[in-house]
Design a protein around this ligand. Sequence first.
Ligand code: PLP
Length: 369
Amino acid sequence: MIYCDYNATSPILPKVKDAMLEAMRLPLNPSSVHSYGRHAKTLIEDARISIASSLGLNLRKDGYELGFTSSATEANNLLISNFLKGRIIISAVEHPSIMKYKEYYNNVEILSVDSNGIVDLEYLEKLLSDPVSPTLVSVMLANNETGVIQPVRDIARIVHKYGALFHSDLVQGPGKIELDILDMGIDFASISAHKFGGPLGAAALIYKPAYHIKPQIIGGGQERGLRSGTQNVPAIIGFGVAAKSCRSQDSKLRDELDRRIVEICPEAIIFGKDVGRLPNTSMIYMPNVSTNIQLIQFDRHDICVSGGSACSSGVVKLSHVLTAMNIEEDIANCAVRYSFGSESLSDDVEKIVEIWRRLYGEARSSESR
Ligand code: PLP
């Protein structure tokens, strides 16, 4: 099996699995006052510190808090739902956990992107110069489909100049590039453990307690009242271990893939290739071969890759990211995402290129018939 879909989820790291199995041996409820409970509390506080420090934060000193959630989808929902009575500006390429708010609320405005998928900073200034309080601006760090990295420092500077607040969905960053929340100037951030060797079902919202975020789930007041419900202790421990093991990646395999594909087919399009991208990601157009056909054929050869956005039924829909980048529909419908990770090998590139060449060659010869 060749796994080249790390932006969807990553294999769990062996040391994460070991730490989680160890935690599962004990009855660990951090709200209990007995020694198991106190042990659980210490473990999740240690994880909280490790995760924060992997993002360049010393929580108390830097004036941030980190609350555990079940997913980044939940963390994004939790934050956005706090601004529904104000104004929310989101980029046109956000993950559906943010994007979908546009369908339900008319105070959500869309910040357009250019043909590389980078947000329009002038338009952001124009939107913000019409002051509404409170205003939240949400722009992701790196796009899950194309890997394109947004100029978050510049966005933070503009947002703060107009007295608004800035949230960035950092989900695709950890394990791929170095992150420093203070340096980026972000007020709120979301991350998810399963994208960098941690378990599914553990994520976090990083926030400034000064802004009094109201919970969506109420009850026993866990996570300092941010999210009630007994914490998933083994998953949080795994999250902490994954954060400690987090290293940035180099772009060797991805660059080799890009180079080889353009050599085979100069008309291939690598979306966002002229701007900063995650070192592991490439979304590539293969002329005249639909995303679905490519995915089926790669799968037949035991290669796991993705279309732009798969909905929960697994059906590939037209990518809202490529649409926002003004890519024509017949091109967007032939795009596949390759995302490498810690276990990827140069042999994986060879195999992907071999199948790519075959599929493209077959499409060309049936066209010329
Ligand atoms: N944000 C981005 C950019 C993502 O890529 C994803 C998952 O693909 C999410 C949010 C949602 O993360 P989770 O799977 O933890 O809900």
